[in-house]
Design a protein around this ligand. Structure first.
Ligand SMILES: Nc1ncnc2c1ncn2[C@@H]1O[C@H](COP(=O)(O)OP(=O)(O)OP(=O)(O)O)[C@@H](O)[C@H]1O
Ligand SMILES: [Mg+2]
Length: 286
């Protein structure tokens, strides 16, 4: 039985991941319908983490394919292990035996997609940052995403016994093909609302008091409303809280500690200047 959205929310939270109703419903439907889940959103909002947390709550192996420009099918699907084939031929020759078929499964190097198809118990397959791969690479994925199978010309079609749970992420540096989107369930992960961000901070930053967490969340939410080049995600606000806590433990008064740890929240000189121009408003009740 696929857990419902509420059960999922509790299970994710048990692993330290705080998801809103929309994300829990999307995960539920992806599991229920056996569809790949395509997650888009700004950097640091918890897209990649969804896959690791799903692997932890299901107990299934996490198989990760990190996408980059120039990624090809040999790195993502499979490759023939030529040195192994050659060795096999040499050994056979030295024994005067027939080497037999060199294109069988034992001579395949399994890359992430083939490993996911071949995982007997099932697996969680993370295809991370698909927008970084070339357009053509998406075409390779279609058969796998649609039918959980891979065609290897020399061997035929390899179909998953237990279909993997597939999570794709994109930072939207380019539009993805409609053909890819059609095979997936789509969800946009937005910046968290204040209540959820507070819960994340309280759970992930030990020792952060309630009042400090409240102030910090108010400040981050204001920062995100500024016209920054890059708005900070959850990852950044967690790091910021950790940094400010470290300074506070060293005797720095709060909220000055927050200002001094800004390099963990904002990673751009122009953005830093813009923020400091609004510092009075941003830190007014931090
Ligand atoms: N909903 C959440 N609950 C708890 N922690 C979260 C949540 N979202 C993000 N985080 C924290 O932020 C970190 C970064 O998240 P993650 O790497 O998944 O972001 P991302 O969206 O994949 O970012 P990028 O686009 O830069 O790859 C996580 O390791 C986790 O600590
Ligand atoms: Mg990521």
């Amino acid at each position: 039985m696929t857990p419902g959205p509420r059960e999922l929310a509790a299970a994710l939270e048990g692993e330290g991941y705080f998801a809103d109703e929309g994300l829990c419903t999307a995960v539920h439907l992806a599991l229920r319908l056996g569809r790949p889940l395509l997650l888009e959103g700004e950097p640091g909002v918890g897209k990649t983490e969804v896959a690791s947390v799903l692997s932890r709550i299901t107990g299934l192996e996490l198989i990760r394919l990190q996408c980059f420009e120039g990624l090809d099918s040999g790195q993502a699907l499979y490759e023939w292990d030529h040195p192994k084939q050659l060795l096999h031929v040499r050994v056979a020759e030295s024994r005067g035996e027939d080497p037999g078929d060199l294109y069988r499964e034992e001579f395949l190097l399994r890359r992430p997609l083939l490993r996911a198809v071949r995982a007997e118990q099932g697996a969680v397959l993370l295809i991370d940052e698909i927008d970084r791969a070339d357009n053509e690479f998406e075409a390779f994925l279609l058969e796998f995403l649609g039918d959980h199978q891979i065609t290897i010309p020399e061997l035929g079609t390899v179909r998953a016994g237990t279909p993997p749970i597939v999570v794709l992420t994109s930072n939207r540096t380019r539009e993805l093909h409609d053909a890819l989107k059609r095979r997936c369930l789509y969800h946009w992960i937005a910046f968290p609302e204040p209540g959820r961000e507070r819960a994340i901070l309280r759970a992930t930053v030990p020792g952060l008091e309630e009042r400090a967490a409240d102030g910090l969340v108010r400040a981050v939410q204001r920062v995100r409303r500024l016209p920054l080049l890059k708005r900070p995600g959850i990852a950044e606000s967690v790091e910021w809280a950790r940094g400010a806590m470290a300074l506070a433990e060293g005797g720095e008064p709060w909220p000055l500690a927050l200002r001094k740890a800004l390099g963990l929240l904002i990673k751009d000189e122009e953005d830093t200047r813009l923020l400091l121009g609004h510092a009075e408003d941003v830190f007014s009740d931090a």
